[in-house]
Ligand binder design. Structure first.
Ligand SMILES: CC(C)(COP(=O)(O)OP(=O)(O)OC[C@H]1O[C@@H](n2cnc3c(N)ncnc32)[C@H](O)[C@@H]1OP(=O)(O)O)[C@@H](O)C(=O)NCCC(=O)NCCS
Length: 167
């Protein structure tokens, strides 16, 4: 009989961030080069290397002025990638959000990252389907893309917590 495969998440634990984590959250988001705005520690869930206490990965859910909720700041430090850490953070944040709200969860990403989020139930949506915050954001980014980069576009994705009526 073949022995069971080792758990790639062995030695990784998950916990809500604390005030003392603010600096490392900001540093990791800078290191991986994603949106550096709205990195408030109370919104964050962290993956931690249990042996060293080092933060291995991050994710958050932030709420916008129009009430829409966004999964954001999904990042795994390079040395910890490919072990399912980001997936585990995403699943935990989705479960946490579903416990707090029945409203859909949104995210924004570059178009090349769309396939990464689809297995978690996120689907790309059109401007007509977007809450005000994301419609404005996408309008602004499209305007900038026109001048800067034409090959990568901003995707807005949505995940429904509840199945649509009648299904
Ligand atoms: C993207 C990122 C968070 C993935 O972290 P990770 O901990 O290595 O991810 P996981 O190990 O949980 O991978 C989950 C799945 O996504 C897949 N995946 C990883 N990167 C992917 C990509 N760029 N496109 C499509 N799928 C991808 C993995 O193959 C894995 O699939 P599997 O479960 O079928 O094997 C990490 O590479 C990172 O921090 N990148 C820089 C920051 C970034 O781009 N964040 C997302 C902003 S929208």
């Amino acid at each position: 009989m073949t022995p069971p495969a080792a758990d790639p998440l062995a030695g990784i634990s998950f916990r809500p961030a604390a005030a003392a984590d603010q600096a490392v959250i900001t540093a990791i988001i800078r290191e991986v080069g994603i949106n550096p705005l709205s990195l408030k520690w109370p919104n964050f869930l962290l993956a931690v290397d249990a042996a060293t206490g080092a933060v291995a990965g991050t994710g958050q859910i932030k709420t916008h002025g129009d009430g829409s909720r966004e999964l954001a700041s999904i990042a795994t430090r390079p040395a910890y990638r490919g072990r399912g850490i980001a997936g585990a953070i995403i699943r935990r944040l989705i479960a946490q959000d579903a416990a707090e709200s029945t409203a859909p969860l949104y995210l924004t990403c570059v178009s090349t990252m769309g396939p990464f989020y689809e297995p978690f139930g996120f689907r790309a949506i059109s401007a007509a389907e977007m809450p005000r915050f994301f419609r404005r954001l996408q309008g602004f980014v499209s305007f900038m893309e026109h001048f800067v980069r034409r090959d990568v576009t901003l995707l807005v994705m949505r995940r429904e917590h509840e199945p649509p009526p009648g299904r």
